[in-house]
Write a new protein. Sequence first.
Length: 219
Amino acid sequence: MATRKKKTPATRDLDVPELVIKRLKVEIVGETPLIVNCFSEEAIDKIQDKQGGKVATKRPPKVPEEEYQKCFYRWEDGEKVNDEGCYAFPVTAFKKSMRAAAVRFMDGVKGTEIAGAIRFDHIMAAIAGEPRMRRDMGRSGQTRDPRYRPEFLEWSTVLNIAFNSGAVSESLIVALLDQAGFGVGIGNWRPEKDGNHGTFRVGRISRIEVATPTMAVSK
């Protein structure tokens, strides 16, 4: 009995566009106060101990200044304001804000496309401004107690953004930041969470020129 030969699938060339990375330096100017609430290592340890079945110890007396200082994000690479580094905020907050703005406010723009097409050159953005201690009432179980967090009444920062110019344009990035700043925000009590804090606008924009590396050809 003759055996039937399997057909070899035809091969085809894929038209893959060239990856062209461009960079922008974007000034972000705060429009409403920024509330900072870094989740401290101590708070993470308490949750871990509770989930691990450890017996909870009696809470020590609350020291407002200590709680306030633990809520800051610090960045050692920025211009230092003290021995722990400069005031900062995670750049992932801006990226999430841009992604949320794409989904909520811009037709035809997918959040997943934005997430894959842009990147930030640092993990933290240095925050320029003078913080003050803010006191609000919170809830711990059935008990209400005061919470002490940093608040920047006036603030600004600079984002260094790398983007795939074949997927998103410079104008789209600026538009996304504007939409994110107005309707999503960053930090506690932002518009995304029914608040009015952490809103911002785009300030000065400049292109970051990056020299194209040349490869030596061996003879």
